[in-house]
Design a protein around this ligand. Structure first.
Ligand SMILES: CC(C)(COP(=O)(O)OP(=O)(O)OC[C@H]1O[C@@H](n2cnc3c(N)ncnc32)[C@H](O)[C@@H]1OP(=O)(O)O)[C@@H](O)C(=O)NCCC(=O)NCCS
Ligand SMILES: [Zn+2]
Length: 227
């Protein structure tokens, strides 16, 4: 299987398909459902062995120009056609301009206990990173809208019931804050239901009340005060 459903058991992410990019070594994500959580949909031919995805997939990562990284994953732009990946000329990595076979999606990634996987993507309204830890037991999304690039929004932080109180939530929230900084934000905001355990939990990390939205409280702070 070259492309697969990343979170079949999580309704809020059930439309998300991932493929392993042979250039970046990371999973890139597209959403193909009829009503996408992400507000953008790709067309998918339904073939998990020989996928075709339309339109092109653009992934960008904001890494300061003076930081050297290998592979250079700053910009990865591709078409997925009939099980092959066609990298466009504007990619920053070594496969720019080349067309190669899409690899099979690795099975073992699901079972790896200690890894944290970053799924970085550019959508039509901004950018997001889905961070998956402990083989899917803990998930969070960080997104930045193009209109407000200073503020990163952290959403969907969740640890599967049986794995709570082991520090996974703390680990993931810290990873989300670092990722927000890497994406170029200087502040982080998130929402919690008022007067609930998550609200108190977030306040422990230095999140402060910013505004209310019906039953929700929007908490936030500058990244330098959260670290
Ligand atoms: C909120 C959540 C992400 C925390 O994840 P977690 O992995 O349990 O967090 P940690 O293990 O890092 O917890 C840290 C602390 O919270 C405490 N804690 C965790 N769950 C608790 C609960 N239900 N009641 C009281 N304390 C709790 C832990 O004991 C630990 O305390 P300590 O540091 O003093 O020992 C998790 O409970 C969750 O997924 N909840 C459901 C989804 C949700 O509400 N997400 C927030 C959306 S706004
Ligand atoms: Zn890539």
């Amino acid at each position: 299987m070259k492309i697969k459903k990343l979170f079949p058991e999580r309704p809020e992410y059930s439309d998300m398909l991932g493929f392993k990019c042979p250039a970046c070594g990371e999973t890139h994500v597209v959403s193909v459902g009829p009503k996408s959580y992400w507000n953008i949909r790709w067309q998918f031919n339904g073939d998990y062995e020989k996928p075709t995805i339309n339109p092109s997939v653009l992934v960008t990562v904001d890494i300061p120009a003076d930081v050297k990284i290998e592979p250079n994953i700053r910009r990865c732009h591709s078409f997925i056609r009939d099980g092959r990946i066609q990298f466009l000329a504007d990619c920053t990595h070594h496969l720019a301009g080349q067309t190669v076979e899409l690899p099979d999606y690795p099975e073992e990634e699901d079972g790896d206990e200690n890894n944290i996987i970053f799924h970085r993507n550019t959508w039509n309204w901004g950018r997001s990173t889905i961070i998956v830890a402990h083989g899917g037991l803990a998930v969070v999304t960080v997104s930045i809208e193009d209109e407000t690039p200073r503020v990163a929004w952290v959403s969907g932080l969740s640890v599967i019931g049986s794995s709570r109180k082991k520090g996974y939530g703390t680990e993931l929230l810290k990873a989300a804050i670092s990722e927000a900084e890497r994406m170029g934000a200087s502040e982080v905001e998130l929402a919690a239901e008022q007067n609930t355990f998550p609200e108190r939990w977030y306040r422990r990390f230095g999140f402060e009340e910013r505004r209310f939205d019906e039953k929700l409280v929007i908490l936030g702070n500058e990244i330098k005060k959260l670290k």
